[in-house]
Design a binder for this molecule. Structure first.
Ligand SMILES: Cc1cc2nc3c(=O)[nH]c(=O)nc-3n(C[C@H](O)[C@H](O)[C@H](O)COP(=O)(O)OP(=O)(O)OC[C@H]3O[C@@H](n4cnc5c(N)ncnc54)[C@H](O)[C@@H]3O)c2cc1C
Length: 190
């Protein structure tokens, strides 16, 4: 089973956690729940006409948790990378070792990226189209990479892109996460 640690608990982090946990991976997300979503009222999230940012966050956290992600309410204070393993240390609780790291803590997590030697250009963590950073198996998402053009739906989309990239790398082939509606139940009265 692939282990993934996610730093942050906004839309980017929770979206990545959802996809990766749904696929059966060992996913732990550390969050401080200080997302600006708590100040937002969303009228521009496609498919959801009107929802408060806090309600969105509650639903998203529950959805990721229900699909198997572990959400830890703690700030990450340090991350080390050695011998192909990321070791993430929270302010309280045990350090966690993982195969992959996803940084999605907004601007606040830029220092953590810098401490790992991840390239930062013009005040932004540099990523490719799959949100891979310059450090192998480390990803950066959301406001951390788009501090001045930030929308919840863009962050959530970035989480999905990074998750599919990890799933595809592990599978050795391109991977979708596509579901279809359940078959109609048999009508027992017939
Ligand atoms: C007043 C206001 C209104 C807004 N209205 C809208 C709107 O109407 N529609 C819209 O689309 N967007 C809106 N936004 C923007 C939206 O909130 C952001 O686009 C979105 O929150 C970005 O999500 P993210 O996942 O990239 O990062 P964030 O939401 O910034 O999440 C990062 C999370 O990681 C946590 N974190 C940071 N560092 C660490 C660490 N070291 N350890 C653990 N956790 C950490 C933070 O506490 C935070 O909870 C609004 C923003 C503001 C301020």
């Amino acid at each position: 089973m692939t282990t993934i640690t996610i730093v942050g608990d906004g839309p980017a982090a929770l979206s990545a956690a959802l996809f990766l946990a749904k696929a059966g991976n060992d996913v732990t997300l550390f969050g401080a729940d200080e997302t600006p979503m708590h100040y937002a009222q969303l009228y521009n999230y496609l498919g959801i006409p009107d929802i408060s940012g806090s309600e969105f966050q509650r639903t998203a956290r529950q959805q990721a948790t229900d699909l198997g992600a572990t959400v830890v309410d703690a700030e990450v204070t340090a991350i080390e990378a050695a011998d192909g393993t990321f070791t993430t240390t929270p302010a309280s609780g045990e350090p966690r070792a993982s195969d992959y790291l996803i940084l999605a803590g907004g601007k606040a997590s830029q220092a953590l990226a810098g401490s790992l030697g991840i390239e930062i250009h013009d005040g932004r963590v540099a990523v490719d189209a799959e949100y891979r950073t310059s450090v192998d198996r480390a990803y950066a998402l959301g406001r951390l990479v788009r501090p001045d053009r930030s929308q919840a739906i863009i962050s959530a989309g970035a989480g999905a892109v990074a998750a599919l990239d990890i799933l595809s790398r592990e599978a050795g082939k391109d991977v979708h996460d596509w579901d279809t509606p359940p078959e109609p139940a048999d009508d027992a009265s017939r």
